[in-house]
Design a protein around this ligand. Structure first.
Ligand code: ADP
Length: 541
C-alpha cells in the first residue's frame, strides 16, 4: 500500500517533468530552426547585396566599353582595335567580320599568333555558320529543355540569350562558353555595313575583368561570414572574410551573377561563430532539457527517499512507544501483584515471601534499567548527556558486576563463564555509562542467547594500553542481512508483534553512541561455530 503511494508520487512528479522536458526541447528546437531561418535570410540578403554590387560593376564596365566601341570612327576602326588589343588590359582579342561572316581581323590567311588562332577557333562556329546566328528553337516557342546539368545551362545560355541580337543591327555583349570557360564578347553591328565589314568587337580579358571586380567588392565580410566570387568552374576566384574558405566550410547560399556573368556566382559561407552557433544551440538546448529533467528527477528521488525514511522512522517510533509501554507494564504488574499479596499478609510461607521480595527487587531493577535507557536516549538526542570520566580498574569492575548479575543470568538459563586477566587494567571511562552498556549486552544475551546455554565474558588487554571486553554466546547470532543496521536506534531483528522477546531496540544503539562519545566502540562479530560476539573496546585515554 505504502510503496504504491510512493510510486504514485513518483509518477506524479516524473510524468509532468518528462512532458515539460519534451515540450521544452521542442520549443528550443523551434527556436533554433527560427534562428537558422533568420540567419539564412540575413545571409541571403547580404549575398544578394554583394551580387548586386558586382553586377553593377560589370554593367558599368560593359556600358563604358560598349560606348567606347561604338564611338570608334569608321575610318580608324582597324587601327583603333589593334591599338586596343595591344594597350588595353581589358581587351584580350579584337575582331572585324566581313559580310559573309568571315573574319577580316584577325585575318585567317595572315601569320597569326597562337592566341589569335585560338580566338578564331573559339568563335569559328559562331562567326561562320549561318545556323549559329539563328536563335535556337527553344527561343521560338517550344519549351526550352529543363537544363539540369550545369554544362547544359552553359550551352543554352550562351547560345540563346544574345546570339539573336548580333544578327540585327545594334550593339551588345555575348557571354560565350568554350572549353568550359566563360568568355565575354562585346560586339557592334552598325545599321549599314560599310567598308566591307558587318560587325566588329572585342573579347574581354577575364583576368583583368576580375581584377576590376575585386575592387568593387565590399572590403570586409560580416563577422562569422565569408563570401567568395566563384567562377564558372566553381572555383573560388576571390574571397573575403576573417577565415579562409576550405572544403568543409558551410556554404549558406549562392546568388547567380547572370545575366552579366552567367555561371559566376557570389557564395556566402558561415565560418566559425555562425557555423558553430546552431550546433552550439542544439547542444545547449539538449543539455538544458536533460539537466532540467535530471534535476527534477534527482530532487524528487531524494525527497521521496527522505519521505520514505521519515515514514519508516515514524513507524519505528510508534512501535518503540508500544514496546516501551509493554516493557513497563509487565514488571509493574508483577511488582504490584506481589506487593499487594505481601501487604495483605497473605503469604504465610517465609521462603515464598523472600522469593516475592526478590522478584520485586529484580523487576524494579529491570524497570530502572529501562527507564535509564529511555532517559539516556533522550539526553543523547538532545546532546545533554554528561559524563564523568575517571580511572576505572576493569578487572574489579567486571567481577563485581558479574557477581551482581550472575543470578539473573543463570536464572535465564545461561551458564556464565568469566575469563579475567591476572593483572589489573585501568582505563579512563564514565563508570555508569560503561555499566549501562554492559548491562544492555548482558540483557541481550539473557534474552536472545539463552538457548546456547553458555555465556563467556573475557577481558583482554590491548597493546596500546586499552582493553577489550568480549561477550561470546552460542545463541542464534545475527543473520548477515541485519548486521549493517544492528546498531541503529529502534532497530530490532524481529520487530513483529509475534516476536518471542519484547524489547525497545535501544540497547545496542545506546551502548554504541555512549561508548563512541567516550572514545570507545562496540562491535559485533559472528562467532565461529555459531553465536554472537559483542566486543566493547576501550581506549586508555
Ligand atoms: P532490544 O533488545 O531492545 O530489541 P537491542 O538494541 O538491544 O534492542 O538489540 C537489537 C536487536 O539485536 C535485538 O532485537 C535482537 O534481535 C538482536 N540481538 C542483540 N543481541 C543479540 C544476541 N546476543 N543474540 C542474538 N540477537 C541479538
Amino acid at each position: 500500500m505504502r510503496s504504491r503511494a510512493v510510486f504514485l508520487y513518483w509518477l506524479l512528479i516524473f510524468v509532468p517533468t518528462v512532458i515539460t522536458g519534451a515540450l521544452l526541447a521542442r520549443l528550443l528546437r523551434h527556436e533554433q530552426e527560427r534562428l537558422t531561418r533568420t540567419a539564412q535570410t540575413a545571409a541571403e540578403s547580404q549575398a544578394r547585396l554583394i551580387a548586386d554590387q558586382v553586377s553593377a560593376a560589370v554593367q558599368d564596365l560593359e556600358n563604358g566599353l560598349l560606348a567606347q566601341l561604338q564611338a570608334i570612327p569608321r575610318d580608324r576602326l582597324r587601327s583603333t582595335l589593334e591599338a586596343w588589343e595591344h594597350d588595353n588590359p581589358l581587351v584580350r582579342n579584337v575582331f572585324i567580320l566581313g559580310p559573309d561572316g568571315n573574319p577580316l581581323l584577325p585575318e585567317p590567311g595572315q601569320s597569326l599568333t597562337d592566341e589569335e588562332r585560338a580566338f578564331l577557333r573559339r568563335y569559328a562556329a559562331f562567326f561562320q555558320s549561318e545556323s549559329a546566328w539563328d536563335p535556337p528553337r527553344g527561343d521560338l516557342g517550344e519549351p526550352a529543355p529543363v537544363p539540369s546539368p550545369r554544362q547544359e545551362v552553359r550551352r543554352s545560355l550562351a547560345q540563346t540569350t544574345r546570339v539573336q541580337k548580333l544578327k540585327t543591327p545594334g550593339a551588345g555583349w555575348l557571354p560565350w562558353v568554350s572549353d568550359n570557360r566563360l568568355h565575354l564578347l562585346a560586339w557592334v553591328r552598325p545599321a549599314q555595313a560599310a567598308d566591307g565589314y558587318t560587325a566588329y568587337g572585342v573579347e574581354i580579358e577575364m583576368a583583368a575583368l576580375l581584377a576590376r571586380l575585386v575592387g568593387a567588392l565590399p572590403p570586409h565580410a560580416a563577422p562569422g561570414y565569408a563570401y567568395a566570387l566563384m567562377d564558372d568552374a566553381d572555383k573560388v576566384v576571390h574571397q573575403r572574410g576573417a577565415e579562409e574558405i576550405v572544403a568543409s566550410t558551410r556554404k549558406l547560399t549562392t546568388i547567380s551573377l547572370a545575366p552579366n556573368l552567367p555561371h559566376w556566382e557570389v557564395a556566402l559561407y558561415g565560418t566559425g561563430a555562425t557555423a558553430d552557433a546552431s550546433r552550439g544551440m542544439a547542444l545547449l538546448s539538449g543539455t538544458l532539457a536533460a539537466l532540467f529533467i535530471a534535476a527534477i528527477v534527482a530532487g524528487a528521488t531524494l525527497l521521496l527517499g527522505q519521505a520514505r525514511r521519515h515514514m519508516r522512522d515514524a513507524q519505528r517510533k510508534s512501535s518503540f512507544v508500544s514496546n516501551v509501554s509493554h516493557e513497563l507494564k509487565t514488571p509493574l504488574t508483577t511488582v504490584r501483584l506481589y506487593a499487594e499479596l505481601l501487604a495483605a499478609d497473605r503469604v504465610p510461607d517465609e521462603a515464598k515471601r523472600r522469593h516475592y521480595l526478590r522478584v520485586i527487587v529484580e523487576e524494579s531493577q529491570r524497570l530502572t534499567r529501562l527507564v535509564n535507557n529511555v532517559l539516556d536516549f533522550s539526553r543523547l538526542d538532545q546532546h545533554r548527556k554528561h559524563y564523568r570520566v575517571e580511572p576505572l580498574e576493569l578487572r574489579r569492575f567486571l567481577s563485581d558486576m558479574l557477581q551482581d548479575q550472575r543470578r539473573r543470568i543463570e536464572e535465564a538459563g545461561l551458564q556464565l563463564e568469566a575469563a579475567l586477566p591476572d593483572v589489573p587494567i585501568t582505563v579512563a571511562i564514565d563508570r555508569d555509562a560503561l555499566e549501562q552498556a554492559m548491562l544492555n549486552l548482558l540483557d541481550n544475551a539473557a534474552k536472545y542467547a539463552a538457548a546456547g546455554g553458555k555465556l563467556r565474558v573475557e577481558l583482554v588487554p590491548r597493546p596500546d594500553g586499552g582493553a577489550a571486553i568480549r561477550l561470546l554466546d552460542r545463541g542464534p547470532g545475527i543473520p548477515p542481512e541485519h548486521r549493517a543496521r544492528l546498531f541503529e536506534t529502534f532497530y530490532r531483528v524481529d520487530d513483529t508483534l509475534t516476536s518471542s522477546q519484547s524489547g525497545t531496540g535501544l540497547g545496542l544503539s545506546l551502548a554504541r553512541r555512549m561508548l563512541r562519545e567516550l572514545g570507545g566502540e562496540v562491535r559485533f562479530e559472528p562467532r565461529e561455530g555459531g553465536g554472537a560476539v559483542f566486543i566493547v573496546e576501550l581506549s586508555r585515554r
